[in-house]
Design a protein around this ligand. Structure first.
Ligand SMILES: Nc1ncnc2c1ncn2[C@@H]1O[C@H](COP(=O)(O)OP(=O)(O)OP(=O)(O)O)[C@@H](O)[C@H]1O
Ligand SMILES: [Mg+2]
Length: 269
């Protein structure tokens, strides 16, 4: 379904992503973990063509992605919607207009101010907000919502594009544990109910283990682990994060008590 082949991105003399090969044969929820600077964001950005690769290839259902140009590239970007740590909403615009933005290109921002959306799109936006449990906030300004609610608005905006893949770059890094859980559960549900692939950069091990079918570990631009949450043992995690870093699982946990729930023993370095 999605094949990443020897993908490399070089900035100056630094390989941000170094010869990454990943083969995904069906829609899954995938977590990418690794220390700061490991190359997680660069990998996601190359996937949706926000960043050009230096070498290598990406195939989605047989089609080569890295060489797509103009209209085809934009169509691909609509098919793999991106969600960011900082939500990237228009803060002073109401929630439903933010969601409707998912259907428009930049040129139409003005139309949005004039409420020039097809009735059908407005209904769909409300339905999606309903599904995410935030329809009651539809008329409010985005900035009036909590972080967790804003991230769900960003997910709703992504869903308006009806994407095949949702790429999430640290979607819960700015959220408290409660909101983090709500957002991860929303992504999981979207994956299970719609069959959309979700690829999320996560900075905590426990989140990757709890919500993902498959976990990819990156270190210094390279893929150093690719397996199931069960295979992601403490020893493997230590290798991904660097044994010399005073590694402790607790330090990579979003949630107090999360380790207990997944039956893992916190390790001290
Ligand atoms: N536009 C850029 N120009 C130069 N170097 C860059 C650029 N973007 C990323 N890098 C470098 O590439 C490497 C990988 O960065 P990347 O942002 O992909 O890491 P990351 O795993 O997402 O880290 P974090 O967890 O901090 O978000 C780092 O060494 C970073 O400094
Ligand atoms: Mg990053």
């Amino acid at each position: 379904m999605l094949q990443i082949e020897q993908l490399t991105k070089t900035f100056g003399r630094n390989n941000a992503v170094d010869n990454a090969t990943i083969s995904i044969d069906r829609s899954m929820m995938i977590g990418i973990i690794g220390r700061s600077g490991a190359g997680k964001s660069t990998l996601l950005r190359m996937l949706n063509r926000l960043e050009d690769s230096t070498s290598g290839a990406i195939h989605f259902e047989g089609r080569e992605i890295t060489s797509l140009k103009t209209g085809e590239k934009r169509a691909w970007q609509a098919q793999c919607a991106m969600i960011f740590q900082q939500f990237n909403l228009v803060p002073r615009m109401d929630v439903v207009s933010n969601v409707l933005h998912g259907t428009l290109n930049r040129r139409s921002t003005f139309a949005s101010l004039l409420n020039l959306y097809p009735q059908e799109d407005i209904h769909r936006a409300i339905d999606i907000l309903e599904r995410l449990g935030i329809a009651e906030h539809a008329p409010k300004r985005a900035e009036a919502l909590s972080g967790g609610q804003q991230q769900r608005v960003a997910i709703a905006r992504a869903l308006m594009q009806d994407p095949r893949i949702i790429l999430a770059d640290e979607p819960i890094a700015s959220l408290d544990p409660m909101n983090a859980q709500v957002v991860m559960e929303a992504l999981r549900r979207i994956h299970e109910e719609d069959g959309r692939m979700v690829i999320a950069n996560l900075h905590t091990l426990d989140t990757a283990r709890r919500y993902c079918d498959r976990v990819i570990g990156m270190r210094d631009g390279r893929i150093v682990f690719d397996g199931t949450p069960e295979q992601l043992t403490t020893g493997v995690a230590r290798d991904i994060y660097g044994a010399d870093a005073g590694f402790s699982e607790a330090a990579t946990s979003t949630e107090i008590g999360a380790l207990d729930r997944v039956g893992l023993t916190p390790v001290t370095a």
